[in-house]
Design a protein around this ligand. Structure first.
Ligand code: SF4
Length: 286
């Protein structure tokens, strides 16, 4: 397993903060887990977390903010002085990847569902200003379901003032595909509306996972409809900064949710590129 495939969401005795070497960031990403109970309003077939009962059975919903702050300070300080890479799973990190790229709200569920989300974004922004270079991003990785909520929008504005980016999930181009992959009570149209409204206010990075379902890759027409949704967002005046298309790289909630081959991923990425003209990066299963 390469260092970029090794993504534990637990680090030493930490509950909330975990460092990973991220393919999509191209270096060190310090994750902030705001969902230690796995709270999420999606049930993605490829979710790595759904199959981990110890997370679902965890009972403390409220985040211990002082503990989170201490963990974040400790990890960032260790990243700055290099001790983070000694005697941990990060020890094989090549020198060119030992660069702090971002602090990412991610983890075991949908981070914006945490009741203390806004408060924690403000605290993390303060710590970033104190301990990180100006180039360090704050990234929100979200399924987009709450991007219409005023408190979430306000928190996103704080992030944007601190070199922030929002990476929003869109794994489908039709309601049928959305139901098959994301398995949420929230409608596909609601997600598209949220992404469109958000993209009109600030640039979005779209993250899309495509995969085999019961040994079947996505149909070409499904990928075309997906590209049409991206076009509908930009045609409405929204900005999509870039698109990250990837496939499954780790264990999944459902055994029949499996990775696409590199060739298939390349083919569908090209369809989307041709149809949208957007900047697209593909991430393979290995
Ligand atoms: S949105 Fe993320 S955390 Fe929620 S089910 Fe999907 S992959 Fe899992």
């Amino acid at each position: 397993m390469s260092i970029v495939q090794h993504h534990p969401r637990r680090f030493e005795t930490n509950r909330y903060v975990y460092p990973v070497i991220s393919r999509r960031s191209g270096g060190l990403s310090v994750g902030v887990n705001l969902s230690p109970t796995g709270l999420c309003n999606f049930s993605c077939v490829y979710c790595q977390i759904l199959g981990e009962p110890e997370i679902k059975n965890s009972d403390s919903v409220l985040i211990n903010v002082p503990k989170l702050e201490t963990e974040l300070r400790n990890v960032l300080t260790a990243a700055n002085d290099g001790t983070l890479y000694a005697n941990t799973y990060l020890s094989s990190t090549p020198p060119e990847k030992r660069v702090l790229r971002d602090i990412a709200f991610s983890g075991d569920g949908e981070p914006t569902l945490a009741v203390q989300f806004s408060e924690i974004v403000n605290r993390v922004a303060d710590i970033r200003r104190e301990l990180c270079s100006a180039g360090t991003k704050i990234v929100l990785i979200t399924n987009g379901t709450t991007l219409n909520a005023v408190p979430v929008r306000n928190a996103v504005r704080v992030m944007l003032d601190n070199n922030g980016e929002v990476w929003a999930k869109l794994d489908a181009g039709t309601p049928e595909m959305f139901r098959a992959v994301s398995r949420s009570r929230i409608t596909f149209q609601k997600i598209v509306d949220n992404l469109t409204a958000a993209a009109k206010e600030f640039p979005l990075v779209i993250q899309s996972c495509f995969l085999m379902l019961h040994n079947e890759p996505p149909k070409e027409t499904d990928i075309e409809r997906y590209a049409d949704v991206l076009n509908s967002i930009t045609n409405s005046g929204g900005t999509i900064q870039r698109v990250q298309i990837y496939t499954v790289a780790r264990s999944t909630a459902e055994k029949w949710a499996t990775p696409l081959s590199d060739d298939t991923l390349n083919t569908l990425t090209e369809i989307v590129r041709q149809r949208t003209g957007l900047q697209i990066a593909a991430f393979y299963s290995k």
